[in-house]
Design a protein around this ligand. Structure first.
Ligand SMILES: [Zn+2]
Ligand SMILES: [Zn+2]
Length: 177
């Protein structure tokens, strides 16, 4: 996806300063928990950037609605996602950017631009369900004939019911030569 950049103004480079940023971004298509999500509407995000003295703490939230295949019936499932946006960017002294390489924290780029895109995606991914459903009580597909049971019943279920009450049902599968 496209970078989601916020520019850290000079005022915010002073310790204890804090500023809010908000906006929208296009997520396009993303794979989450092995499911492909399509985002037609823009994702809305809002973050608070705090200068903790030597570093910038980014905290906020992002909201988006993705569409993926229902885990039971394969029809479109609309999944609202809300994620926390969290990041920590160390302010390195002028000309010492190279020293931050390999460090566990991100360094604030010399341009003072922070890309929120990876933080937004990370937060939304944590909210993605393991088994997305088109609705809580989705009936799914018939395992025998593949009929979408949300649209109507198939005859498989009634055959099973009939067999359940019939002690000779097992004999139906036997053939006598
Ligand atoms: Zn479904
Ligand atoms: Zn069936």
């Amino acid at each position: 996806m496209e970078p989601v950049k916020i520019h850290v103004p000079n005022e915010l480079m002073e310790p204890a300063e804090m500023q809010e940023f908000e906006g929208t971004c296009q997520l396009g298509r993303l794979s989450m928990n092995g499911d492909d999500y399509a985002f037609s509407e823009p994702c809305t995000w809002r973050v608070q950037v705090t200068n903790t003295g030597g570093a910038l703490l980014v905290r906020g939230a992002a909201q988006a609605e993705g569409v993926c295949a229902c885990a039971r019936c394969l029809e479109d499932a609309r999944i609202p996602l809300t994620g926390e946006v969290e990041g920590y960017f160390v302010i390195s002294p002028e000309g010492e950017d190279d020293d931050m390489e390999g460090d566990e924290f991100d360094a604030l780029p010399e341009s003072h631009d922070i890309d929120l895109a990876p933080l937004i995606v990370q937060g939304l991914m944590l909210d993605a369900p393991a088994r997305p459903l088109c609705r809580e009580d989705c009936a799914g597909l018939c395992p025998r004939c593949g009929q979408d049971l949300n649209q109507g019943t198939c005859s498989c279920a009634s055959e099973e019911d009939a067999d359940a009450g019939n002690p000779f049902a097992v004999l139906r599968g036997l053939t006598f030569d």
